[in-house]
Design a protein around this ligand. Structure first.
Ligand SMILES: Cc1cc2nc3c(=O)[nH]c(=O)nc-3n(C[C@H](O)[C@H](O)[C@H](O)COP(=O)(O)OP(=O)(O)OC[C@H]3O[C@@H](n4cnc5c(N)ncnc54)[C@H](O)[C@@H]3O)c2cc1C
Length: 425
């Protein structure tokens, strides 16, 4: 068969970290072939730098600084068409992706729909807590915090004021601690703006686990707790949330039930796959709503690849799946694209996924952080607080500039390194 002779459609569901990188890599790998169509679909018209939503929720930098227009990003990519559409179903038998606006036929499908918050069946939390995963979630959290301050400024009852100014973050994983750190810096600024005493405020971060970010080493976890405590965050570990009402958070800890009067509970306690992936997981081999990959990143359907947060891949020598983190999204998207390009050119999908993680950087407010870096299984070093914060910003620039182009390099670098926290942002 002559290469590129027959029309091949590749459809990618999700233009997050992994979907974008996969589309760009596929375009590069197939640029010399004719009749290749790469369709990238996302329910939003923009990409959100999810790893920065805690900063956007607390006035650090302009919120628009973490959004990138997807149509514009792919405007100069002749083989990639971006569609803003929500995928509602996949017909694996007839190879059709069904959206609210269009249907899309495919030869190869890439599922990269990412995750959503998991409320672990606590219905009152789903109803009354604020989820923390998308750009809109971040803006809703920011509005809620500001509304609480506005209301509190008009009241005189101390208990009512304290209830309005108690901000609870459920989950002391990566997302929860980052948000708690930002709140610890933001809340005192709002106290000045609304002329309210800081003593009336509280930032509480709670988790059922015995220590924060339990997948980090004990040492890093302890460093994280110490920094947050110094910043004024109250940490409650071994605390299991049992109820969330519009005016309180209730948790159980060491056999006791504790009720915290609070109008703001932000939920960052865990994630599960997006709905479309959960649906696909009913047909494809799956585990915990993530889709099981072969080492080529194909699923149990050889025409369907899965990348990023949606994949369930246990690397050789490991007993747990790849982490749902950006580095895995980058590596998996490139490998899946290369294997699809090989299939299109009449070869076998031959590359095996060998994830190699190089560490983790966590910001705690604008100035502090914790990080370890190195090469998994060989060596890892812990970075001091300020270099950890700087490393996180540098990594963001390193990721964003190749994706969104050199013309965006300056605004990206400015946003990362010069953006200030501002109560008017
Ligand atoms: C606050 C926060 C901080 C984080 N910090 C870090 C960090 O410091 N380091 C790190 O490594 N990781 C971090 N993460 C995790 C990281 O963001 C994820 O691992 C990463 O985003 C996963 O990439 P993805 O491409 O798989 O999914 P996503 O980036 O979530 O993209 C999925 C895309 O699919 C789209 N989509 C979903 N369903 C549909 C549908 N039905 N139809 C059409 N489109 C759909 C979504 O709109 C989205 O654009 C953080 C996450 C959060 C929320």
């Amino acid at each position: 068969m002559r290469q590129g002779f027959q029309q091949k459609n590749i459809v990618i569901i999700g233009a997050g970290f992994s979907g974008i990188l996969c589309a760009q890599r596929l375009e590069k790998r197939t640029s010399r072939l004719k009749n290749i169509s790469i369709t990238l679909i996302d329910k939003n018209p923009y990409f959100t730098m999810r790893t920065e939503i805690h900063a956007a929720a607390t006035g650090r930098g302009k919120p628009e600084g973490i959004q990138y227009d997807l149509a514009e990003t792919f405007a100069d990519s002749p083989n990639v068409s971006f569609f803003c559409d929500e995928v509602t179903d996949i017909d694996f038998e007839n190879k059709v992706v069904k959206g609210n606006v269009n249907d899309y036929t495919y030869d190869y499908l890439v599922i990269a729909a990412g995750s959503q918050p998991n409320f672990f069946g606590i219905e009152s939390a789903k109803e009354n807590a604020l989820p923390f995963w998308t750009f809109d979630d971040a803006m809703a959290v920011k509005k809620q915090i500001n509304d609480c301050f506005k209301k509190a400024a008009e009241l005189s009852d101390e208990e009512e004021i304290k209830k309005l100014l108690t901000f609870c973050v459920v989950g002391a994983g990566l997302t929860g601690v980052e948000l708690a750190g930002e709140l610890a810096e933001y809340i005192p600024m709002l106290c000045v703006k609304y002329k309210l005493p800081q003593g009336y405020t509280k930032v509480l971060c709670i988790d059922a686990a015995p220590r924060c970010i339990p997948n980090l080493t004990n040492k890093l976890s302890t460093t994280c707790s110490s920094i947050l405590t110094e910043m004024g965050v109250e940490l409650q570990m071994n605390a299991k949330v049992v109820d969330v009402t519009p005016e309180a958070l209730v948790y159980e800890q060491l056999g006791k039930t504790v009720t915290v009067p609070s109008c703001t509970v932000v939920w960052s306690a865990g994630i599960t796959s997006e709905d479309i992936t959960i649906k696909a997981a009913q047909t494809l081999d799956s585990r915990n709503n993530r889709i099981v990959n072969l080492e080529t990143l194909q699923s149990s359907d050889p025409n369907v690849f899965v990348i990023g947060d949606n994949m369930y891949y246990v690397a050789k020598g490991k007993d747990y799946p790849v982490p749902q983190m950006v580095e895995n999204t980058e590596q998996s998207s490139v490998l899946a694209a290369d294997n699809i390009a090989d299939l299109i050119t009449g070869h076998k999908a031959k590359r095996a996924y060998k994830p190699a993680m190089h560490g983790c950087m966590i910001s705690l407010g604008a100035k502090k952080g914790i990080a370890y870096a190195g090469l998994e299984n060989l060596f890892m070093i812990q970075l001091p607080s300020i270099p950890a914060q700087l490393a996180k910003r540098a990594i963001n620039v390193y990721f964003l500039v190749p994706v969104f182009g050199l013309k965006n390099a300056l605004p990206i670098a400015k946003h990362e390194f010069l953006a200030k926290r501002d109560v008017e942002n």
